[in-house]
Design a protein around this ligand. Structure first.
Ligand code: NAD
Ligand code: USQ
Length: 390
């Protein structure tokens, strides 16, 4: 397979590049390094150091003997993405190239507008480029489970549901109720992609993934191959943050009551699920929705898992319940269906309880590096504040 990965410099994009190369696929990476820049903007950096893309490509060749091609550029430029697709003629385009932080999107008007325009326009340009070059290209688009919010119904794995409105039955797109501008940008992408499938029969896998955690995949065998690892209040996701907090002897920052439940998965499981979906694409012209996670856990359960793992390493981690900076349900029903991945033979490799100790151990050598950015750990991006001065 010839796979083009948009967002190849990112947390998932780099790890997936290595997985696909190891399977013998051809990989063409694309990135504009927006995440590197935006993480610096909030006074932070990847907790585990990463090489420049030029050196990453060299390291992949030196360590594993794989060759990877890379284009630097911004997919919100139609001429750029159109030229890249025309030149390389991929079979599949994996689309990760979006602003992916909910808190970043909630900082102020500028960050909200950037998130919505970057994400929505990039996706539109991708579809138009594919229609111009080869409409049969499979688009694997990374959405998010947070598109649905936390509904009181079981979250289906289909784009449409039957609904009776004012007594009449019809098929409607599954209701979404996102919790940040970032999550809404993913809802807009889903609607736009569904529309392209209706009018042009595009072939799409739309993945609704939960938060990912971890530092490793089986190809990350050398420190030159590390993927980025964010821990600050804007870019860090909760499990990675709790493990950093434990490693630094800081309290685990549980927001609100801690009953918020999401579908979590490790980086290794995420990359393996993506490989399966890429090697088993939908029929041409089909729109496939996939719920991607392995464990449903609340913040309180995650805090307990990290606390126990820290204890085994001689660290006495404490949990601090902070006033929730976000507007979200803190106790709720949560049950996304999961049928597509098991049907393809997906079995989770790791549970959070098995991996948390390893994660903390991986962070320990970088404690002094992370301490330099300590001021960026406690939450200060608040959903309720409209702060255009920041
Ligand atoms: P990331 O920020 O590490 O990676 C995204 C990459 O895309 C970055 O390298 C960034 O520079 C690049 N990018 C952004 N806008 C671009 C543009 N206009 N042109 C070219 N490149 C651009 O994020 P990630 O954690 O690897 O997430 C990848 C995707 O998966 C995102 O779409 C995210 O929304 C989604 N996702 C992530 C998680 C998670 O927990 N990390 C969970 C569910 C879904
Ligand atoms: N949380 C804490 N303490 C923290 C950080 C977060 O309690 O220190 C809580 C949040 O309030 C939230 C939950 O943890 O209830 C998840 O937050 P998160 O920051 O780990 O993840 P989120 O903002 O939802 O975003 C992440 C990725 C995003 C992806 C999403 C999947 O950054 O790209 O789309 O996970 S999902 O959550 O299923 O929508």
């Amino acid at each position: 397979m010839k796979a083009m990965i948009l967002g190849a410099d990112g947390y998932l994009g780099w790890a997936l590049s290595l997985r696909l190369l190891s399977r013998g696929h051809e990989v063409i990476g694309v990135d504009n390094f927006a995440t590197r820049k935006s993480v610096k903007e909030v006074g932070s950096d990847s907790g585990i150091p990463i090489l420049s893309m030029e050196n990453r490509v060299r390291a992949v060749r030196d360590v594993h003997g794989y060759r990877m091609k890379f284009h630097r550029g911004d997919i919100t430029s139609y001429p750029f993405i159109h030229k890249a697709i025309k030149e390389d003629m991929p079979d599949t385009v994996i689309h990760f190239a979006e602003q992916r932080s909910a808190p970043y999107s909630m900082i102020n008007a500028k960050h909200a507008a950037y998130t919505l325009s970057n994400n929505v326009i990039g996706t539109i340009n991708l579809v138009y480029s594919i229609m111009a070059v080869n409409p049969k290209i499979h688009i694997l688009k990374m959405g998010t489970l947070g598109e649905y919010g936390t509904p009181n119904f079981d979250i289906p794995e289909t784009p449409f549901v039957d609904a009776r409105i004012n007594g009449k039955l019809d098929r409607i797109t599954c209701p979404k109720w996102a919790g940040s501008w970032y999550h809404w940008s993913k809802v807009h992408d889903t609607n736009n992609l569904l529309f392209t499938n209706r009018v042009w029969k595009t072939t799409v896998t739309d993945i609704m993934q939960g938060p990912v955690y971890g530092t490793r995949t089986k190809e990350i065998t050398d420190e030159k191959l590390h993927t980025r690892f964010d821990f600050d209040e804007v870019w860090g996701t909760v499990v990675n943050r709790f493990c950093v907090e434990a490693a630094l002897d800081l309290p685990l920052t549980a927001y609100g009551k801690g009953g918020q439940t999401r579908g979590y998965l490790s980086l290794e499981d995420s990359v393996e699920a993506l490989r399966l979906l890429l090697e088993n694409p939908p029929e041409k012209g089909d729109y496939r929705v996939v719920n991607q996670f392995v464990e449903l856990l609340s913040i309180n359960e995650i805090a307990e898992i990290v606390k126990k793992a820290a204890k085994r390493l001689g660290i006495d981690a404490k949990v601090e319940h902070l006033e929730n900076p976000r507007v979200e349900a803190e106790r709720h029903y949560y049950n996304p269906e999961i049928k597509v991945l098991p049907k393809l033979g997906f079995h989770r490799k790791l549970k959070m309880g098995d991996l948390a100790g390893q994660l903390i151990k991986d962070i320990l050598p970088y404690r002094s590096r992370i301490r330099r950015y300590k001021g960026a750990i406690m939450p200060h991006t608040n959903w309720r504040k409209v702060d255009n001065a920041r």
